[in-house]
Ligand binder design. Sequence first.
Ligand code: 3PY
Ligand code: MG
Length: 258
Amino acid sequence: MISSAYHVAAKISSGSPVHVAWLGIAEPVLADIFAREGYDAIVFDGQHGLFDDNAMARGFATVSSIGVPVIGRIPVGNFALAARFLDLGATGVIAPMINSVEDARQFVSFTKFPPLGERSWGPARALALTGLAPQEYLKQANDFSLAIAMIETREAIAAVDDILAVPGIDGVFVGPSDLSITLSNGAAYDPMGAEVDSAFKHVLSRAKAAGKFCGAFAVSAARANELAKQGFQLITVSSDFVIIREAARTALATARGK
Ligand code: 3PY
Ligand code: MG
């Protein structure tokens, strides 16, 4: 039986919501704290977070060695890093700004072994973490290494059915911040706005029609709860920056009697 650090794909297939912690602060102890609080997976944000390669590898090692799944978000278009994340033990990769079928195909080519893609062999950490022999890893890896395409632009919304149809794309993930900016042509940052909400619902229904999952970035824990009820899976529960800032502010206000 494969390590619990690889249980995200199965949990998604069972139809359950997967609540993930979203980390940008490059500190393995912080990742360890979140990982021990019962989140279904820990996402390391390689696009906007503070990680260099070394910090990323150490964070992955800390989390996966306690049996909690790791997912990495790559910077835009850095598909080579997607393959490295899988080698280092991630069970999924989130790719931002997948705006076309071509973007989706390229993403798959780096994250899936043939015949779906062209992933290069080198799962140094992943072999140890899965406990699988190389032949068995080759056979199973495409199933538990999730390729998750972010839908967060007007262009991506227009192409969503075609992106969802690319073999090897396991699911999509909507980003409310960039969606609000692109849908308003740069006029507004409004991740909780009505236009973003209807784009979320549209992408969710298209994903369901395609038989694939839809995840989302929830800007607050309350929003995460709502999204799970709507049928989203792989839902972030805000982020480390937001959670820590809010807790720090609330603690100080309470101490000052406010
Ligand atoms: C977005 O909302 O644009 C995201 O990428 C989530 O971090
Ligand atoms: Mg974004």
